[in-house]
Design a protein around this ligand. Structure first.
Ligand SMILES: Cc1cc2nc3c(=O)[nH]c(=O)nc-3n(C[C@H](O)[C@H](O)[C@H](O)COP(=O)(O)OP(=O)(O)OC[C@H]3O[C@@H](n4cnc5c(N)ncnc54)[C@H](O)[C@@H]3O)c2cc1C
Length: 361
């Protein structure tokens, strides 16, 4: 008789959180979860969430959110909790949610999707855009056309044994002895896992924070951690509109390169000045318009908003798609235009707030 394979052990945990505004927050929470490499399947009042780390079940009842997670790998338990509480806490930021889990525990576990990158080379693409090509092992998980973003963890210069955060049983990131490092979200401009290579384009903004300072000083051998991927890419369509400032440009450039020759539409890119233009590969039917701020501070103009408003959309919005990323105020205005004026279906658009002008982090 063939040996009977033992039943795979499943690890389970559950949490219940009071969330009074749950009826308003449910849809944005589900939409945000869906952009983080998880598929949401609705079944009546329940939602099954399929993730690379396991499966979760979400339910809302009388102002409470019930969440349970299930994995077949003990370490993945904390990673799945982390993947869920991030988008939920972000959408329900005003509620200051605490997640107390019952069930199986894993203790402190490493970030399963963390990979270590070292700078291979740097190039100054334009005065305000620095390209960094990184090398690292086992980067295949980041090679996705539908998941363009990642989170970078910036290590100090000269570090020889980098320390990384772990995840606790609540799904929270814990830093070694409180030595917290800066992390920021970036777009993967290009990736070739067969060459162990990831390329990121860093916009060098005037009010440089830790990420920009790191990029300005980056030299071969410098180390970052990368986790992800997350966030949606574009879906197939005949008509595309892309819009972004310098932080959206890496995503726009990458997406344009993937378009079929027959695709039509516009790419609007807001830049500081003419010398920030870069050559873009795109089909002839896509018109690229560089929107020059003419010295105005980033995040203070209506250039992108006006450009998006000027588009004459084709009648078939189901065969159209919008993709963009920019400063928060423009993000909100464009979001309103797409929803109220264009009436572009929700599943036909991906728009991110990339940074906040009034935010000091
Ligand atoms: C999904 C996503 C994808 C992104 N992709 C990219 C990318 O591919 N390339 C890229 O360069 N950026 C990208 N960003 C934006 C990037 O994460 C932010 O610009 C980040 O704040 C930069 O970090 P920092 O440490 O330099 O500045 P922070 O410490 O975050 O901020 C310091 C100060 O600078 C201001 N600030 C932040 N960013 C800008 C900016 N771009 N222009 C002007 N002022 C700014 C802030 O308001 C703050 O006052 C992306 C963001 C998101 C959410």
């Amino acid at each position: 008789m063939p040996p009977v394979s033992p039943q795979k052990r499943r690890y389970r945990a559950t949490t219940i959180v009071a969330l009074p505004g749950v009826h308003v927050l449910l849809e944005p929470i589900l939409a945000s979860i869906a952009t983080h490499d998880m598929a949401v399947v609705r079944s009546g009042d329940h939602f099954e969430i399929q993730s690379p780390f396991g499966v979760a079940y979400l339910e809302m009842q009388s102002g409470r959110l019930y969440l349970s997670v299930e994995t077949d790998n003990q370490n993945a338990l904390n990673r799945l909790k982390h993947a869920l509480i991030g988008p939920i806490s972000f959408i329900a930021a005003s509620e200051k949610l605490e997640f107390d889990w019952t069930g199986d525990e894993a203790g402190l576990t490493p970030l399963e999707d963390l990979r270590v990158l070292r700078v291979r080379n740097t190039t100054q693409l334009t005065p305000r855009m620095r390209r960094i090509v990184f090398e690292g092992d086992d980067l295949f998980r980041f090679d996705r056309d539908d998941q363009l973003h990642c989170r970078l963890i910036f290590q100090p210069k000269g570090v020889t044994s980098p320390e990384w955060p772990a995840l606790d049983d609540r799904g929270r990131m814990v830093w070694p002895e409180q030595r917290k490092l800066a992390t920021r979200v970036y777009t993967i401009r290009a990736i070739d896992p067969r060459k162990d290579e990831i390329t990121i384009d860093f916009a060098l903004h005037h009010d440089a924070g830790p990420a920009t300072r790191w990029a300005i000083n980056a030299a071969p051998g410098d180390v970052v951690g990368i986790v992800g991927p997350a966030a949606d890419g574009p879906k197939p369509a005949q008509f595309h509109v892309l819009a972004g400032d310098e932080t959206g440009l890496p995503g726009i450039a990458r997406i344009l390169e993937t378009f079929d020759r027959g695709v039509r539409g516009f790419a609007f890119v807001e830049i500081h000045g003419p010398d920030d233009k870069q050559p873009l590969v795109h089909p002839p039917g896509i018109e690229v318009r560089w929107l020059d701020r003419e010295g105005a501070a980033p995040g203070t103009t209506t250039l992108l908003v006006d450009a998006v408003r000027s588009v004459a959309w084709p009648p078939d919005l189901q065969d159209s798609f919008f993709w963009g990323g920019c400063e928060h105020k423009a993000f909100r205005q464009i979001h309103r235009i797409l929803r109220n004026e264009v009436r572009l279906p929700r599943e036909r658009q991906v728009l991110y707030s990339h940074w906040h002008r009034s935010l000091r982090v």
